[in-house]
Design a protein around this ligand. Structure first.
Ligand SMILES: C[S@@+](CC[C@H](N)C(=O)[O-])C[C@H]1O[C@@H](n2cnc3c(N)ncnc32)[C@H](O)[C@@H]1O
Length: 315
């Protein structure tokens, strides 16, 4: 589905469905033999919507014939589950370190079906502001309410479009820019045009006191590489053609149709220039650190994203 400047979505469509895709990965990891993270709510969301294209991201069993003709496919899909688990673990630790160091205002940009408000051991007095599109946040709250889940913090939903003027809504919800805060932007960047990404960081800058922290899953240099993109497309087209005959029920996502392939400023450099102390970890290093080393033959099929962690040191 092509993107437009003011598009919006249900949880099962367009960019909304990508939040279900991430939930499918987290459910697969949670239910695996040796999980790196445990997110019991991921399965609750998936059960609420039934089967769909999002289940591709849980690395489902595929026909043997397909795996013979695409020998790296199963490994690639398992590595993607490992990628999502490592990413989840990274942001979990980032938030817990910040709140254990005394920060009590948390902002999750593009929260999607991230269930951290329910599953992390937040210190008393922590408020978590979750920003995402209204129908995504409604689905999440109503599904977890029906499940009887209780948030483990003071959780405040802030329904907004992150391309629009969301700081007013965040302040109105009770956020205090004069007090340090901790922020995440996980699984968001490719869905924002480059101009909106720049504006997002400027707005974060305007809302953060010294001592605040920000973590971003930033796009790496290979994101724009035409070869990588063409190879990914060709591989998925082959899989799509094969499954159209053998397993027509199985839907294959075209996530990159939802992405903005545009030049962007390096996120670590942006924060460095604006008075933040920055550390950057490459995705493959992050995964190796969590015991999810990626086999060489599928290294280029795992997102080459950069995990940026920053702390505001100066005005
Ligand atoms: C891939 S999901 C990631 C969700 C969550 N951060 C996670 O990692 O589980 C992308 C999320 O970004 C949200 N999103 C993308 N563009 C947005 C925008 N312009 N305004 C608000 N939310 C947006 C989508 O609704 C979706 O929930």
């Amino acid at each position: 589905m092509a993107r437009t400047d003011n598009d919006s979505w249900e949880i099962t469509e367009s960019v909304g469905a990508t939040a279900l895709g991430v939930a499918a990965s987290r459910a697969a990891e949670t239910e695996s033999d040796n999980p790196l993270i445990r997110d019991p709510f991921a399965r609750v969301f998936l059960d609420a919507v039934g089967d769909g294209v999002w289940n591709w991201f849980s690395a489902p069993q595929l026909p043997a014939e397909l795996l013979e003709s695409e020998p790296d496919l199963a490994l690639q899909m398992r590595s993607m589950v490992g990628y999502m688990a490592s990413r989840t673990a990274f942001f979990d630790s980032f938030f817990l370190d910040a709140t254990n160091a005394g920060i009590r205002q948390v902002v999750i940009l593009a929260a999607g079906l991230d269930a951290r408000s329910w599953r992390l051991p937040w210190p008393d007095g922590t408020t978590v502001y979750e920003l995402d599109q209204p129908r995504v946040l409604d689905f999440k709250a109503s599904t977890l309410n029906e499940h009887g889940a209780q948030a483990a913090c003071n959780r405040i939903a802030v329904p907004v479009d992150l391309r629009h003027d969301w700081p007013a809504a965040l302040r109105q919800a009770g956020f205090d820019p004069a007090v340090p805060s901790v922020w995440s932007a996980e699984g968001l960047m490719p869905y924002l045009p480059a101009v909106a990404q720049e504006l997002l960081f400027e707005r974060v800058q305007g809302l953060t006191a010294i001592g605040s922290r920000v973590a971003v899953e930033a796009l790496g240099p290979k994101f724009l590489d035409p070869d990588t993109r063409a190879k990914r497309r060709a591989r998925m087209d082959r899989v799509r053609t094969f499954l159209a005959e053998k397993d027509p029920q199985r839907e294959i996502p075209s996530t990159d149709e939802l992405w903005y392939f545009e030049e962007r400023e390096d996120v670590g450099e942006w924060f460095g220039r604006h008075g933040w102390d920055v550390t950057v970890t490459l995705s493959l290093e992050l995964m190796a650190g969590y015991g999810r080393r990626v086999p060489e033959q599928v290294e280029d099929q795992v997102p080459g994203n950069l995990f940026v962690a920053a702390q505001r040191a100066r005005i």
